[in-house]
Ligand binder design. Structure first.
Ligand code: NAG
Length: 437
């Protein structure tokens, strides 16, 4: 018996195992006609998140053109049952708030706290906070009717119970914590001169409180890849920009928190002073000078094995390349080019991708801008996350894909995408891939 066990262990470490992730089935749904015009308001990489699941229901937040036509949009919220079987989408528009700024910053972010309240924040580019929340836990005690009445009052410009600043605000993000509380993160300031703040929603009290400023610019600003809570740790990674010009992005930074953003540590585990600045010792992990064509706000995730992953691209090798950054549970960072056949090198400022994980499998959702596709790749810990295998390709794409991280916990990769093509035919869609590991 002992011998057999040893033999099995040996096999597991030395044999080149067949790749262990594949797509069992796929389906897609049209959510809406994407708004008219050349500006993207749906499907930008910094939306955290437009698509999320709590319990048996999935929710999607999107803009559609209002009856007034070009340049007039409503925030919409859709829902459908996903467990035990897939139901039809139902959605409504918030008709008391018209979005009219044709600016790709002004996207929608949605968070669902453990008490079933749905929080929405939208339409910002250096303006006061816009926030609205359902009156009751509509994602937990599911109402038969799906209408704006679930949200009662109007748009608020502060978080009830917490203290500002609330302007000039951009890039709201929500992240649910394991106990059902939720964090909200955003930038106050401007491109090239801004700070990042965290607030916490208590599911028990229904009130917000300020966790504080955790990143501070030095006449520059951090552009985070995301804020990710996993197994009691909160992770952030970012690049820093000196001016509104994206070519001034430089370097790769990382920090984590073991108390949901109150205090922070560098990758080494050493506690750092808050707020973290670009010159905080131990925070910069990789040096990449300005002009390296790093793109801000690409992607990150953490896995259930204590690893942190980020996706960014740069041209440090002479050719623009997607890179997988990884920090092991022991705190060791690596940066490896994602070299896969049939994936175009990302043109400068082209659509950004996403990363997601399930156990020992890492999934990269990478736009192939020259081919107008979104391609999905899987890599495994057993293959040192370099055994990238194409799992699927979505045609006619012109936007940045976003992932439902909650639904992936049930083995379904559900993604929010924007099609290419003219207004009227161009849809916002949800695509799903049931994965087999
Ligand atoms: C989405 O819309 C397009 C264009 O109207 C249509 O051809 C397609 O069948 C729709 N897809 C689904 C899944 O309904």
């Amino acid at each position: 018996m002992v011998l057999l066990k040893r033999f099995a262990a040996l096999l597991a470490t030395t044999l080149p195992f067949a790749h262990s992730v594949s797509v069992k089935s796929t389906a897609n749904w049209n959510i809406t006609n994407d708004p008219e015009g050349s500006v993207h308001l749906n499907g930008l990489a910094f939306q955290q998140n437009p698509l999320s699941t709590l319990g048996d229901y999935q929710y999607v937040a999107f803009y559609s053109t209002s009856p007034k036509g070009y340049g007039h949009h409503y925030v919409n919220l859709g829902r459908r049952r996903v467990t035990p079987s897939i139901g039809d989408w139902q959605s409504f528009a918030f008709t008391d708030y018209e979005q009219t700024t044709l600016d790709e910053h002004n996207t929608i972010s949605m968070g669902i706290s453990g008490d079933g309240k749905i929080h929405l924040s939208f339409d910002h580019h250096d303006v006061p906070l816009n926030y609205r929340v359902s009156t009751t836990g509509v994602a937990k005690t599911i109402p038969a009717q799906w209408t704006q009445s679930a949200f009662g009052g109007s748009v608020q410009h502060s978080l009830p119970g917490s203290t500002g600043p609330w302007t000039p605000l951009t890039y709201p993000r929500f992240e649910r914590l394991a106990n059902g509380d939720m964090l909200m993160e955003f930038r106050i300031g401007q491109s090239g001169a801004g700070d990042s703040y965290i607030h916490r929603y208590s599911a028990a009290s229904g009130q917000w409180s300020a966790v504080g400023k955790y990143l501070q610019g030095q006449d520059n600003n951090a552009y985070i890849n995301g804020i990710t809570s996993q197994d009691g740790k909160l992770y952030a990674s970012w690049t820093v920009r000196e001016t509104p010009d994206a070519s001034t992005n430089h370097d790769f930074y990382f920090a984590f928190s073991e108390d949901d953003g109150k205090t922070w540590k560098a990758s080494s585990g050493a506690t750092v002073a808050k707020p973290i600045t670009p010159s905080t010792a131990g925070i910069k992990v990789y040096t990449l000078p300005q002009g390296s064509e790093i793109i801000n706000q690409e992607a990150q995730c953490a896995d259930s094995k204590g690893r942190f992953h980020a996706l960014m691209r740069d041209k440090s090798s002479g050719t623009a390349t997607f890179y997988h950054y990884m920090r092991t549970s022991a705190g060791v960072f690596s940066k490896t080019a994602i070299t896969v056949p049939d994936l175009s090198k990302p043109p400068y400022l082209s659509y950004r991708g996403k990363l997601a994980s399930s156990g020992d499998t890492l999934i990269a959702i990478l736009p192939d801008a020259p081919k107008s596709t979104v391609t999905i790749w899987g890599a495994t810990a057993g293959g040192n996350f370099q055994d990238w295998k194409n799992l699927a390709t979505i045609p006619n794409m012109a936007g940045e894909p976003l992932v439902d991280y909650e639904r992936l916990k049930n083995g379904v990769l559900s993604i929010f995408v924007r099609q290419g093509g003219p207004f009227g035919t161009r849809k916002v869609q949800v695509w799903e891939f049931t994965l087999q590991f």
